[in-house]
Write a protein that binds this ligand. Sequence first.
Ligand code: PLP
Length: 356
Amino acid sequence: MSRPRVRADLDSLEGYHSPQVEVEVRLNTNEAPDAPPAGFAEAVARAALAVEWHRYPDRAATELREAIGGLHGVSADQVFCANGSNEVLQTVLLTFGGAGRTVLTFQPTYALHGHIARITGAHTVVAGRDTNFLVDPDQACTVISTERPAVTFLCSPNNPTGIVEPEATIRQVLQAVTEVDGLLVLDEAYGQFSPFAGETLVSDDVPLVVTRTYSKTWAMAGARLGYLIGPAWLVSELEKVVLPYHLDVLKQAAGLAALEFLDQMEARVSGIVEERGRLTAALRSLGAEVWPSGANFILFRPPGGDGNAVWQGLVDRSVLVRNIAGWPHLNGCLRVTVGSPGDNDRFLAALTEVLK
Ligand SMILES: *Cc1c(COP(=O)(O)O)cnc(C)c1O
């Protein structure tokens, strides 16, 4: 049988994978530990009963975008929604990346930035970080003025390091990006867990978009909903590229309903931040090297530095964390999601045993 050939530039592409293993304690994908409040599920159920299934959804997702705009103090036409922030990123890259263009990332960071960029046919340039995993602003500006990327990614808090970039770095990189007529994508998937929010920099004459997701803080990874805020003209360009009616009617309703529970969500964020502090201290007392996190996960290097063996030991005790021990610059490291206090206890107990 003949097999059509995959595009030559995708030949060596490896699919994105985050291994799933059947375990009791899952702390590997930075999900929220609890389902959304009961009132949310009821609101979505009511919305489901009222859906006109024979009609296309509101293509412009007007109500949802107005509500999100209200949340961030921007207008609805500065909000673009999609199926997870991954589809937001894909749409940005289809519009501003693509063949003949360069996309810049700073490693180690969220693998999908470079991955989706390559799928759109863009040339990717990978710059480094300093020894604390921070972007060095002067070095970043040099790379940007030499490579002239069409799209530059910053991720803050960064995944998988948890590092929060100082506001001054973001401003300096934005300035450099502006000078080469590029676009800065600030991925704030974990923005709610950190003090600085890039939304204050968003304006119609600044080449910046800030991406957010319902998957983490909003405890809605199952819904696949994300968005960006950015210049209104840019949102119009994205709307031309993305598939019409990509946001189904129930998802729009779910996204809207969630925003009614802002107070509960903020309380949960504070709970997770508290647990993050407790886990960080416990990991340090077990002798691990731990990086300060502004997100709902923690990067650490177990004592002895054999991340693979420790990961397996945890799996044997039915605890799953993310194994990134083989990533460039992250030799021997693991990433643990901050879970419920009970799951965090299970993790710490298992780790204590493994390290004995
Ligand atoms: C989890 C995550 C996302 C979220 O992707 P969704 O498609 O919205 O689930 C985006 N960026 C980063 C850095 C993430 O860690």
